[in-house]
Design a protein around this ligand. Structure first.
Ligand SMILES: C[S@@+](CC[C@H](N)C(=O)[O-])C[C@H]1O[C@@H](n2cnc3c(N)ncnc32)[C@H](O)[C@@H]1O
Length: 513
């Protein structure tokens, strides 16, 4: 068993096969839809018909919507008729919601209690395991038996080489953390009680694969029904709805604690019913759901701010020196920094980028993101660190005055230095990736011939999206700079400057050396 490579090879059984064994070893029938796929088209019952029946017999309703099943994308929901906007498609009574605190088994509740509150997903995963083991005795059996046997595409189940193809530390580190947690929890919490009086699983071998499957089911299907800070719940049937950033349905509370799926616009018969899983960046879509959205408007590149990062980028851009530094020189500059003048230290502290309680996580976003492509704190920090003296900030201070994308510094020289530094920062970050965007595109174009798996293709598309985002930001900051300079010249020619004037729309020329 290898830790840190996202790989759970237990007793030489691959993760997928281990999950299959876990599921089938408990006497579970393969879901009605999966079982029927071997039969002829005519004999097939509607997919997951038992689940619909269970919801209806539990007091819920399913109206104007049907389940579809596609061999590659799994279950989905579809309008079964023309539907009016505002119609309730599914009403799911609270007795069908699966929550982590809804058990009557004190052994399970005691075990769940030992998991920290913030790991609500893990708590819920233990419930899912318990219900899977109960088999037909579980009140949720029609739901559990229709859950996917493997959750395709989750990096938690990538092999080591595929995980390393992501090339983006914020995601790979988090994936490894989840894998480590699974291993340590199963080894330290589940194995010692196995078969004993505290074991809620009555001696079943719930290993990292089994718990990993349940965790994957939870991360890809749970809903936060009680608000953003409260634990989530599994909503059977409703969770067969796929995601879109332009959804045509939404989930909302109904009478008596029910949760309802409601059409948010008119639907045509046969149209897929789609909800939004939230304005999530690709990191979370990949880690929790196993897919990404190309050119995801909510995607970001996450950075940890250090002064060295900006000073290295300044050197790389040739800001404050006669020439542009090489990568090595820029690294040397970043590693050996003189103390900051008090005015700059004070500004960085006001931005909460240094000092006690600092939060150094900043992002690069899409150009059309609110506030522009650079986290306002990062933009403000670049302006502060590129200003030769406090006067160059023109009396501005703090995030509101220094972090506005469309409000350049009055000093054209200082603003130019900041813009070039931010562009250089993107270039430095891009240089950390072994392949260019073009090379990634070529890899994807030849994916079939090269025998790349779907997961490997997703990993490449993911990192390509991050690189494209940085190129976009780099081009945007240089274009903004050109527009600012042009606006400044025009204002000067007209006999006065117009501070804060919105520059003309940018036409990008890229990062020119
Ligand atoms: C809540 S479930 C939706 C139902 C799921 N398709 C099934 O077979 O049960 C979420 C999972 O559906 C898939 N999915 C949902 N929306 C998707 C999308 N827009 N693109 C690709 N996969 C999607 C992913 O596998 C995700 O983990």
């Amino acid at each position: 068993m290898q830790v840190g490579q996202g790989r759970f090879a237990v007793r030489n059984v691959s993760p997928t096969r281990a999950m299959r064994l876990f599921v089938q070893g408990r006497g579970f029938q393969v879901s009605a839809s999966a079982a029927s796929s071997a039969g002829s088209q005519q004999q097939q019952p509607p997919p997951a018909a038992d689940l619909v029946q269970w919801v209806e017999s539990s007091g819920g309703s399913v109206s104007g919507v049907r389940i579809t099943r596609n061999p590659s994308s799994g279950f989905g929901l579809q309008a079964a008729a023309d539907i009016k906007s505002g119609s309730t498609l599914i009403s799911l009574p609270s007795k069908c919601h699966l929550t982590y605190d809804g058990s009557t088994d004190p052994r399970l509740l005691a075990l769940i209690d030992q998991v920290p509150t913030e790991l609500w997903g893990a708590k819920l995963a233990l419930q899912v395991v318990a219900h899977r083991l109960l088999g037909d005795a579980s009140p949720y059996s029609p739901y559990i038996r229709n859950l996917p046997i493997g959750v395709a595409g989750l990096p938690m189940f990538y092999d080591g080489p595929t995980l390393s193809m992501i090339q983006y530390p914020p995601v790979t580190a988090q994936v490894k953390k989840r894998c480590r947690w699974l291993l340590s929890f199963t080894q330290q919490m589940l194995q010692p009680i196995r078969g004993g009086e505290k074991d809620p699983f009555d001696g079943a071998d719930v290993d990292a694969n089994a718990l990993g499957w349940a965790l994957a089911v939870v991360t890809s299907r749970a809903f936060r029904t009680r608000g953003p800070d409260q634990p989530a719940a599994m909503l059977p049937l409703i969770d067969m709805c796929n995601h879109s950033f332009s959804p045509n349905a939404k989930i909302k509370p109904g009478p008596g604690g029910a949760m309802c799926m409601v059409a948010t616009r008119q639907l045509k018969e046969g149209e897929p019913v789609l909800i939004s899983y939230g304005n999530l960046q690709n990191d979370f879509l990949l880690m929790d759901y196993g897919f990404i959205v190309p050119r995801n408007p909510y995607d970001t590149v996450q950075l940890s701010f250090t002064r060295g990062l900006i000073e290295g980028a300044k050197a790389f851009a040739g800001v404050g020196r006669d020439d542009m530094a090489s990568n090595e020189e820029a690294e040397a500059v970043a590693a050996d920094l003189p103390p900051l003048p008090a005015w700059q230290e004070k500004e960085l502290a006001a931005l909460q980028l240094v000092g006690p309680g600092a939060n150094v996580e900043v992002t690069i976003r899409h150009v059309d993101a609110e506030g522009g492509p650079f986290d306002p704190r990062l933009l403000a920090a670049a302006r502060v660190l590129c200003a030769p003296n406090a006067q160059a900030l023109g009396g501005r201070s703090g995030l509101r005055q220094l972090g506005q994308w469309n409000t350049p510094l009055p000093s054209a020289a200082a603003e130019t230095a900041a813009a070039r530094t931010l562009a250089a920062l993107c270039a430095v970050l891009l240089s950390n990736f072994p392949e260019t965007v073009q090379e990634d595109m070529q890899l994807l174009a030849a994916a079939t011939e090269a025998g790349l798996t779907a997961e490997q293709q997703t990993a490449i598309s993911f990192r390509m999206g991050k690189k494209a985002l940085m190129i976009e930001a780099m081009e945007a900051v240089m274009a903004q700079l050109a527009a600012n300079l042009a606006a400044g010249k025009a204002a000067a020619a007209a006999g006065g400057s117009k501070p804060g004037q919105k520059p003309k729309p940018a036409t990008s020329k890229g990062f020119g050396k």
